[in-house]
Design a protein around this ligand. Structure first.
Ligand code: THU
Length: 142
């Protein structure tokens, strides 16, 4: 991923994070997903009064992209910020285990996950580091 794409993704994740629906946790998450052809899809967490029904920002972004016909991805940027909740920290926002498995369906091990605290303070990890030995149905991608 080049610098321009990385900056574009970080900017888009912070922008969409403003739309996060997180009245229960107070943790607002944004995700911006880059397709192989350079298109960006975004998503936020969308919580629910029945807690497990809520969805993470990363899976929202993947669902939007796949629904629009995209299946090949290069990178995702994730941003997270607590609002009025002193129990939640402000570390680099890492994708949860369920989202890592979700990514494995569509992304190879070189897929990059940018966890950004700000436009200039971020960590980049490969999917191979965050999800080694992921479950694959017959080892197949469709
Ligand atoms: N969350 C995400 O959106 N992505 C993650 O990878 C971790 C957690 C959301 C789910 C829930 O709405 C809130 O953050 C607190 O767990």
């Amino acid at each position: 991923m080049n610098d321009l794409d990385r900056d574009k993704l970080i900017e888009a994740a912070f922008e969409v994070q403003k739309n996060a629906y997180a009245p229960y946790s107070g943790f607002y998450v944004g995700a911006a997903l880059l397709t192989e052809d350079g298109t960006v899809f975004t998503g936020t967490n969308v919580e629910n009064s029945s807690f497990p029904v809520g969805v993470c920002a990363e899976r929202s972004a993947f669902a939007a992209a796949v629904s629009s016909g995209h299946r090949k991805f290069t990178a995702i940027c994730v941003t997270g910020e607590r609002k009025n909740n002193p129990l939640l920290g402000s570390n680099y926002c890492m994708p949860c285990g369920m989202c890592r498995q979700f990514m494995t369906e569509f992304c190879d091990q070189n897929f990059e996950i940018i966890s950004a605290k700000s436009k200039t303070d971020y960590q980049i990890n490969k999917l191979s580091t965050l999800m080694p030995g992921a479950f694959m149905f017959f080892g197949t991608t469709f």
